[in-house]
Ligand binder design. Sequence first.
Ligand code: SF4
Length: 215
Amino acid sequence: MKNATGEKIRVLGINRHRMKTDGKGITTLVALPGCPLSCRYCINAWELEQKERMREVTVEELAEELAVDHCYFVYTNGGVTFGGGEPLLQSQALLAFSESCPKEWQINIETSLNVPPKQLKPLLNERFSFIIDVKTMDSDIYRSYTGKEQDLVLQNIASIAERIPDDQYVIKVPEIPEYTTGEDVEKSCRKLFEMGIQKKNIVTFSYVVNNNRIV
Ligand code: SF4
């Protein structure tokens, strides 16, 4: 490992050998705790409550632990995906991790982008790819579904579109049962086009909900 920073990162769980679910190649998902949103169908609500499972390690220790899959990452052009929760709540640790792990590892961030721009800014470079769950571009529906305003998301999408190459981000626009229809999804896509986002960077799909959780 290079240049030990000693920067700490709080980790909720690690899931290895994932394919085609959260980034290119074979990935390891690292779930981080905490989220500013309260989505009605939060897939992670139970896990995020399991504070006793949380551990704090240095980014160097985390990179060493994940290196067990180094060959998979290198041969498949895969790497590490940080999800949660909202990984951008620990953006300094993610930056330190990127400087501690082998440069061949792809680093993906699964995010809602509802964080202050200063937490995204340090990661706006070629080292990071983004999987963005925007939920909806309708501010009223967004507020009703997540319990939060959408202003920060809009600012951060604009920064991603300006600073991140097209092949390094995707924006997910789901149809959300009881909240959005196919027509709402189309409207959200149109708003994204108006912001300069290209069609190839948008993925539409439907949430499947069971017992108030996305499955
Ligand atoms: S953004 Fe994700 S983790 Fe946060 S509340 Fe919504 S579904 Fe849950």
